[in-house]
Design a binder for this molecule. Structure first.
Ligand code: PEP
Ligand code: MG
Length: 556
């Protein structure tokens, strides 16, 4: 009998196939005592396993490239953390086996991280994955992770570690479903980068029996367990229709009546550029530069290294816009040498622009590197600061840009409700706004973006979030300036029309979403988008807002 489950759709498309579960977690190794004379050999065994796992993660990263590579390299570094290794050695010296010492040392470290603040939820999953890989190697059992199968399947997991999502083979993995994770978690961002349909935050997914036929609708967030013939036919027909619409829509982003909405790409570095160009991105709307900083936990990358990375991106869009976000360290992206380790609540602490104002030399190097990279290129370089709270923040950033002699437009990201509420004041100092709806939702609803249990509040259709978008867009229009969206909200084809109706002037998203958004915008006029936006804002919940917009746009 068919049953329907509902999670959060995070990556478009329909997948129909049999369920394969993620390799189960490694069992707890027995706490046996080893004789003192074996300690040295055990320590060596532990070290070899750690090195092999780190090398494997790095190799997976090299294969995957882009944002996935940065995440995997961060995991490889985690595996080799000197303090963690010292703890493993100590435990072996007092009688633990290598596998037990690794297991216990990681458990202690995990607790430390978990108690350091909620923002570490995502990092804890990465840490567990590293531990499981090392312990599995030491025990000589198969690695936990993506199942071995030569038949296409739908992957079901509690949560997906970056190491797994990075290597998912889109020809075998038809789609994936996870119990945890929210719409803005790493797994969701990586799924979209891969172009695999995905649904997250689906409680009970783990209980669907291996081999069961399911249909995943990555747009609506619905899962149909044992779908009927009619259901499958309807989903397949809708998917085929969407594919045809995608193929038909090409060129710059615009509504049916020609109102232009540039479609830009979110990238993590030069490796993401080819996919952006292929998807027809009109430029880059968000270059997340922090991925350049993940290679070395102790130092910022040199000016030369930064110039090279920036130049590669700028050269790829000779006539287009490239919006570079200066380093956004802290909270879910801590950097050892910049982020205070003792904050009770890092998402509300020193992060984003606050970090840079405390470390002006890091900001200066970045801005100087950008100025050098843009020299002699016709590109329209724009630079923006993350986590701007008010006019003083915006001024401090604009001053730093001027001092570095940067010939670019300076902008502020709107990620904190105060910046949206006082957008006109912020705009006295900068030339454009870019709405980071992931963090804007997090701070508007006091809902940690890493926590699956509060994903309802991370839904970008929440009318309160739409109100803040409208306020920002209206302020920019009044000041004759632009206001784009670069958070994940921009990648939802229906919401993209609503954002356009709210007055947003450009949309930036992962490359895989661009064709969907382009096709959706091309179907409606600006006036229809405005009516859908008004209907969505008049609603009282995210679901009502989505339904109301849908009703307006489908002419119901
Ligand atoms: C956002 O917060 O919406 C955003 C674009 O920045 P990030 O996801 O990198 O925090
Ligand atoms: Mg952000």
């Amino acid at each position: 009998m068919e049953t329907t489950l509902r999670g959060v759709g995070v990556s478009h498309g329909v997948a129909i196939g049999e369920v394969r579960h993620m390799g189960t977690a490694v069992l707890e190794p027995p706490a046996k005592q080893i004789p003192a004379e074996e300690a040295e050999r055990e320590q060596q065994r532990a070290r070899q396993a750690v090195e092999a796992v780190a090398a494997d993660l790095t190799a997976r990263g090299n294969l995957a490239g882009g944002e996935a590579q940065a995440v995997l390299e961060a995991q490889a570094l985690m595996a080799q953390d000197p303090e963690l290794m010292a703890d493993v050695d100590r435990r072996i010296a007092v009688g633990s086996s290598a596998e037990r010492a690794v297991y216990d040392a990681f458990a202690a470290y995990r607790e430390l991280l978990a108690n350091a603040g909620e923002y570490l939820a995502g990092r804890v999953a990465d840490l567990d994955d590293v531990r499981n890989r090392i312990v599995a190697r030491l025990l000589g059992v198969p690695m936990p992770g993506v199942p071995d199968s030569d038949q296409p399947y739908v992957l079901v997991a509690r949560d997906l570690a970056p190491a797994d999502t990075a290597l998912l083979d889109p020809t075998l993995v038809l789609g994936f479903v996870t119990e945890e994770g929210g719409p803005t978690s790493h797994s969701a961002i990586l799924a979209r980068a891969l172009g695999v349909p995905a649904v997250v935050a689906l409680p009970g997914a783990g209980e669907i029996a291996e081999g069961t036929l399911i249909a995943v609708d990555g747009s609506s967030g619905e899962i149909f367990v044992n779908p009927t013939e009619e259901r499958r036919a309807a989903l397949e027909a809708a998917a085929a229709e969407r594919k045809a619409a995608l193929a038909a829509a090409t060129g710059p982003g615009a509504t049916a009546d020609g109102h232009k909405v540039p479609l830009l790409a979110n990238i993590g570095g030069p490796a993401d550029v080819p996919a952006a160009v292929e998807a027809g991105a009109e430029g880059v709307g968000l270059f997340r530069t922090e991925f350049l900083f993940l290679d070395d936990s102790k130092n910022a990358p040199s000016e030369e290294k930064q110039v090279e990375a920036y130049r590669q991106v700028l050269e790829a869009f000779p006539e287009g816009r490239v919006v570079v976000r200066v380093l956004d360290a802290g909270a879910d992206k801590p950097l050892e040498f910049l982020t205070p380790g003792d904050e009770p609540n890092p998402a509300l602490g020193v992060r984003g622009l606050r970090t840079l104002l405390d470390h002006p030399e890091v900001l200066r190097t970045q801005l100087t590197a950008l100025a050098k990279a843009a020299e002699g290129l016709p590109v329209h370089l724009e630079v923006m600061a993350p986590m701007v709270a008010d006019r003083a923040d915006a001024k401090a950033f604009a001053d730093a840009c001027r001092e570095a002699g940067l010939r670019a437009k300076y902008g502020a990201m709107v990620e904190i409700p105060s910046a949206a509420l006082r957008a006109r004041s912020v705009l006295q100092e900068v030339e454009f706004l870019s709405l980071g709806t992931n963090d804007l939702a997090q701070y508007t609803f006091a809902a940690d973006r890493q926590v699956g249990a509060v994903s309802r509040l991370q839904d970008p259709w929440q009318p309160a979030l739409l109100d803040l978008v409208a306020l920002s867009a209206e302020a920019a229009r009044a000041e004759g300036k632009s206001c784009g969206v670069c958070g994940e909200a921009a990648s939802d084809p229906l919401l993209a029309c609503v954002l356009t109706g709210l007055g947003v002037t450009s949309l930036s998203m992962g490359a895989a979403s661009i064709p969907y958004v382009r096709a959706s915008l091309a179907k409606f006029t600006l006036a229809q988008c405005e009516r859908a936006a008004a209907a969505a804002r008049a609603a009282d919940s995210a679901e009502e807002a989505r339904n109301a917009a849908q009703a307006v746009l489908s002419g119901e």
